[in-house]
Write a protein that binds this ligand. Sequence first.
Ligand code: FES
Length: 158
Amino acid sequence: MRFSEQFEQRFTEMLGHYPTKRSVLVPTLLYAQDEAGFLSDEIIHEIAGRLDLTDLEVRNVISYYSMLTTKPRGKYNVQVCTNIACMLRGGEELLEHCSKKLGIGHKGTTADGLFSLEEVECIGACSWAPAVQVNYDFHENLTTVKMDKILDGYKSKV
Ligand code: FES
């Protein structure tokens, strides 16, 4: 398993900032996922070994965070919040709209590998509901028209 030089530098630097190795687990998983696209068995094993954890301990953490995945996803992961604030302001309709537009359901990935779709719990943008997160970008106060423009924008980046 080989990560980039940048990953290795970040990893080494992070280890120096925290009192225990385990503390760097989540950021390490995020950096690894950014490089590889998803957290494979090999990556999980490698990171567990580096942090003196078991593979199961790493998997337990991965399963807690919706932004971490052990399966390949699309280049753009569209996370639609349907928790209470978003639900009251059209979050469920937005999810349905994205599902129809992309032709995929919850946890699905488009055939071209460009988009994945997920229904998620609160993403911390309740004041600007309904909100959607695409990779690290937040989009707020959405309507179906705005959502179309956002998805088309990502498509045109390719
Ligand atoms: S309920 Fe949707 S961001 Fe909080």
